[in-house]
Design a protein around this ligand. Structure first.
Ligand code: PAF
Length: 280
């Protein structure tokens, strides 16, 4: 069965209203398309938790830092719809650009705190773009729950904080990162890696897991971080933006494991920016 594709907010609202009148719940899976098994795991979680599921596909220009990155972002609506077909979602919302940013649009949602580290300073404006579009999708859909991958852990924290701060009545659910057998976190950007780069990228996650094991055994963080930087350079990574140990809740920087933490890495390989994070 083909899934209905909605391009206008009025059509999404009409569907939602009908479900609401029957007291039925809606799970939202916001995406920018180029769907992979990571996205599909969010769809599965939403299907298990909610009466209805809507997947959104919108390549949000406001969250890209460079015009080249925006232009080269994969747009694969037809393939995405085919991948979603077996899941029986109720609709795919692919809003026309004016349904999100109508003429004269002037509002930005911006957050302090969780946006001030890692991806924040490295991608100026990125989280404003994410928080703005996600706030709009939450308000447009009136969904009960929304599903996000832990792959973008900081984004998950930003979205959760935004919904709480703005009293948007939605529960933000984080789902585990889906990985290749090597440990490489699935990402739409992986499509741009050469086969050799995929192999090198596959070494990142095992390296992080090994460092996490040392932290759990009581090692200090600084020498482990230095070791990881050296190893990434040896593997041919062009630039390491950050390798951080942070509190899983507040994202405050840690120098040893004294509370539930996560380790985060952002590094460039073959002109592609890779990020990963794991629970420590
Ligand atoms: O993670 C993404 O794909 C995007 O940042 C999101 C949450 C769909 C907002 O555009």
């Amino acid at each position: 069965m083909t899934t209905p594709i909605l391009r206008r907010l009025d059509d999404l609202r009409a569907l939602r209203r009908a479900w609401m009148l029957k007291g039925e719940t809606l799970g939202l899976v916001p995406t920018m398309g180029a769907l992979h098994a990571g996205h599909l795991s969010l769809v599965k979680a939403a299907k298990a938790a909610c009466d209805h599921v809507v997947v959104t596909i919108f390549v949000n220009p406001r969250q890209f830092n460079s015009p080249e990155d925006l232009a080269s972002y994969p747009r694969t609506e037809h393939e995405d719809a085919e991948k979603l077909a077996p899941f029986g979602v109720d609709a795919i919302y692919v809003p026309d650009p004016d349904q999100i940013y109508p003429e004269g649009y002037a509002t930005t949602v911006s957050l302090d705190g969780v946006t001030e580290v890692m991806e924040g300073p490295n991608r100026p404006g990125h989280f404003e773009g994410v928080a703005t579009v996600v706030a709009k999708l939450f308000l447009q859909s009136c969904a009960d729950q929304a599903f996000f991958g832990e792959k973008d852990y900081q984004q998950l924290m930003v979205v959760r904080r935004m919904a709480r701060d703005l009293d948007i009545p939605i529960e933000v659910i984080g789902c585990p990162t889906v990985r290749e057998a090597s440990g490489l976190a699935l990402s739409s950007r992986n499509m741009r890696l050469s086969p050799q780069a995929v192999e090198r990228a596959g070494q990142l996650n095992p390296m992080m897991e090994a460092a996490a094991a040392r932290l759990r055994a009581g090692d200090a963080y600084a020498p482990l971080e230095a070791g990881m930087r050296t190893r990434l350079q040896e593997l041919g990574f062009d630039e390491v933006e950050y390798i951080d140990l942070r509190c899983a809740e507040t994202l405050a920087s840690l120098d040893r494991l004294d509370r539930p933490a996560r380790m985060f890495v952002a590094a460039w390989l073959d002109g592609v920016r890779l990020i990963d994070n794991i629970a420590v």
